[in-house]
Design a protein. Structure first.
Length: 290
């Protein structure tokens, strides 16, 4: 995976003046564009689009230093107007392109290189489990995408569940963990820019089909799952576990993401600083390169 990541960084640098397509990402990295962008965001601390934009503006800065015209530089790096480029450039470095040309102001954003960094000797507890096809029955809605903190739209969804719906879900709950699952899927394209929405379902795992009109059902096909238990303050510990799963465990695991929803559950039966959660990540064996 590290070799593939670095090949992609090279490819991006060699094609900064061109579109970087999802087909390019999939071909070089060997996972879907969607899953790679999600992984990259956790590993790099920024979205892939932000990284590409920063690299383009860094190279644009060099071109401006060499007194290329603002017009030429703007169109070289894919901006449709001088005003649009000038705004983006000023937001990036605090100066207008004309000021850079005049005063030779330089700001750089180097190309990323990925490597394994062993930190602190802290191991991640996990288990691999082959789960059969199962259903999740519950309620769902489109909610804004939010990486950190409590998502109030999900809280509102939970609060909207009626006693009747709650009773019906419990009647169907015949699979582990016999707890409320949080299932996220159908992400908008702007997911990794923390823009747009996703579909979030709150429900229970079951082998039964949903007979109730006031509940919804999704079917999750049989697959291998990596299960990451964690205990600590909620939601910080859960979110940190998700980040480490994608940024640290997955790249060296020998597995890649399967195209299935993201699942987690939390037991809210104790103090908020000692909450037990699990993150379920659908995986498949990584295809060999070459």
């Amino acid at each position: 995976m590290l070799e593939s990541l670095n090949r992609l960084m090279d490819h991006i640098d060699q094609h900064l003046t061109e579109d970087i397509t999802s087909q390019d990402v999939t071909r070089i990295v060997g996972v879907s564009d969607y899953h790679f962008r999600r992984m990259f965001s956790y590993m790099a601390g920024m979205t892939l689009n932000e990284y590409i934009r920063n690299r383009r503006l860094s190279e644009a800065n060099k071109d401006l230093i060499h007194v290329k015209s603002v017009t030429d530089v703007a169109f070289t790096y894919g901006y449709q107007s001088i005003d649009g480029f000038s705004r983006a450039f000023r937001d990036w470095c605090g100066f207008l392109p004309s000021e850079v040309i005049k005063n030779k102001i330089q700001k750089s954003f180097p190309k990323f290189t990925f490597f394994i960094d062993i930190k602190g000797g802290i191991s991640m507890e996990f288990k691999l489990e082959q789960k059969p096809t199962f259903n999740v029955v519950g309620v769902s809605k489109r909610v804004p995408i939010q990486f950190e903190g409590v998502n109030n739209s999900i809280v509102e969804l939970a609060q909207s569940i009626t006693e009747q719906q709650r009773s019906e879900m419990h009647q169907l709950a015949d699979l582990y963990p016999h707890q409320v699952l949080n299932v996220s899927y159908e992400f908008d394209e702007g997911y990794l820019n923390e823009q747009g929405s996703l579909t979030h379902m709150i429900g229970f795992a079951t082998m039964q089909d949903n007979p109730y009109e006031d509940l919804e059902q999704i079917t999750i096909k049989s697959n291998l799952w990596a299960v990451f238990p964690n205990t600590g303050p909620f939601p910080e510990t859960l979110q940190e576990t998700m980040a480490k799963t994608y940024a640290e465990w997955l790249p060296t695991s020998g597995y890649e993401l399967a195209d299935l929803p993201s699942i987690s559950f939390t037991k809210h039966d104790g103090p908020s600083d000692n909450v037990y959660s699990e993150v379920w990540v659908a995986i498949k064996e990584k295809k060999s390169q070459g």
